[in-house]
Design a binder for this molecule. Structure first.
Ligand SMILES: [Zn+2]
Ligand SMILES: [Zn+2]
Length: 187
C-alpha cells in the first residue's frame, strides 16, 4: 500500500535474494521455477497495520482461475519486519507469501505443510511475538503492576480501576515510552 523508502527497498531485495536462494535448496520446490519469484515487486504495508504481517496482492480484474505469478501486483510486508531483530521471521513471512505466489491460494493443510518445510524452525513462533510487539508499539498507555512488574499495553488509561490478575495490586498508568510516535492516525 505504501511506497517503500530507498532503505526499505534495499532491505526487501536482500530478503528476497535470501529467501529465493534458500528455496532453491528446498526439495519441496525442486520442480518449481522459484527464480521467477524474483520478478515480483515487493512493497510495504502501512505502518499502523496490525492484523497482517504480509500480503500478496493480485492485479484487479483477473479471473480467479487464471491467477499466476505474472498476475501478482505486489507482495507487501510489514515495515516493522525490516529490521535486524525480525530478520528470521521476515524470511518466514516472505516464504509464506511466495507459497501463495506459486499457486497455493488457500491456507489449507497442504499450505501449512509447505510453510513448515521452511528451515528456520523457531521462525513461525515469532509470529505471536511480533503481534505483541506491534500492539505494544501502538499503545498509548502501559498499565503497570508494582508488585510483579508486569505491564499491559493499552490505548486508554486505567484510571485506578483495574487490578493485576496475579497480585491483586492496583495498576498504575504510565505513558508508553516505546510508542512509535510517527504513526499516522488510525483509519
Ligand atoms: Zn497467507
Ligand atoms: Zn502483578
Amino acid at each position: 500500500m505504501a511506497k517503500p523508502s530507498k532503505e526499505q527497498s534495499v532491505h526487501l531485495q536482500e530478503l528476497r535474494d535470501f529467501v529465493v536462494d534458500v528455496m532453491k535448496d528446498m526439495p519441496v520446490w525442486a520442480d518449481m521455477d522459484v527464480e521467477l519469484l524474483r520478478s515480483i515487486p515487493l512493497g510495504v504495508l502501512r505502518k499502523n497495520a496490525t492484523q497482517r504481517h504480509g500480503v500478496t496482492r493480485w492485479k484487479r480484474g483477473v479471473d480467479v482461475h487464471s491467477l499466476t505469478l505474472h498476475t501478482i501486483e505486489t507482495i507487501d510486508l510489514h515495515p516493522q519486519l525490516l529490521t535486524q531483530r525480525w530478520r528470521a521471521y521476515s524470511a518466514f513471512v516472505l516464504h509464506h507469501e511466495y507459497i501463495h505466489a506459486l499457486g497455493f491460494r488457500e491456507h489449507n493443510s497442504l499450505f501449512r505443510q509447505l510453510e513448515h518445510t521452511w528451515p528456520g524452525r523457531s521462525a513461525s513462533s515469532q509470529g505471536l511475538e511480533f503481534t505483541e510487539f506491534l500492539r505494544r508499539s501502538k499503545a498509548l498507555w502501559l498499565w503497570c503492576c508494582s508488585t510483579c512488574g508486569k505491564e499491559f499495553p493499552r490505548q486508554k488509561p486505567s484510571r485506578r480501576r483495574y487490578r493485576c490478575r496475579t497480585c491483586n495490586t492496583l495498576l498504575v498508568d504510565k505513558k508508553n515510552p516505546s510508542r512509535l510516535n510517527h504513526l499516522p492516525p488510525s483509519i
